[in-house]
Ligand binder design. Structure first.
Ligand code: HEM
Length: 133
């Protein structure tokens, strides 16, 4: 598996553990105020990152590009800031709102970069064909 695909799956499972932990905590406490943080950890974290990782696993040529590493860094940073700041905001810390807003825009930039990766052309395989004599 390409390095970036493996990295995406490792990051995704961390978000699933975090997302389910928040879900269990909400269920046990009966306080569902942080549903948004739970849903975004699971969907932007686990689900979307696993799809990004799956795409790279199927496209090793694109996975090896510098853009793939830049996209991973931007998207992961955005989601990693968004989930805890959204959790704090929904827990009553209104000062977190600008952090949530900026992190959301960074995560969106990561999604746009992934769109560039999807629409970019795959370079033709450089097969070493020896000329016929
Ligand atoms: C053991 C695992 C899980 C537990 C205990 C759990 C628990 C919860 C709880 C308590 C709520 C709040 C419900 C409400 O207030 O209406 C919720 C909402 C939600 N959960 Fe989970 N959850 C789990 C796994 C997941 C997973 C894996 C996903 C997605 C991949 C997910 C996505 C969502 C979404 C999108 C909502 C918001 C639903 C809405 O507002 O209508 N959950 N969950």
């Amino acid at each position: 598996m390409p390095r970036i695909a493996n990295l995406y799956f490792r990051t995704a499972i961390v978000f699933l553990v975090l997302g389910i932990s928040i879900g269990l905590h909400m269920s046990i406490s009966g306080n569902h105020a942080v549903t948004g943080a739970h849903a975004h950890a699971n969907l932007l974290g686990w689900v979307t990152m696993a799809i990004f990782g799956g795409y790279h696993a199927l496209n090793p040529q694109k996975a090896a590009r510098r853009l793939a590493a830049i996209q991973y860094a931007v998207y992961t940073f955005g989601v990693a800031v968004l989930v805890p700041s959204l959790y704090l905001m929904l827990s009553g810390n209104a000062a977190m709102e600008p952090v949530v807003a900026i992190a959301s825009l960074i995560a969106f930039a990561g999604v746009l970069l992934f769109a560039v990766i999807i629409f970019s052309r795959e370079e033709p395989a450089t097969a070493a064909v020896s000329p016929a004599h």
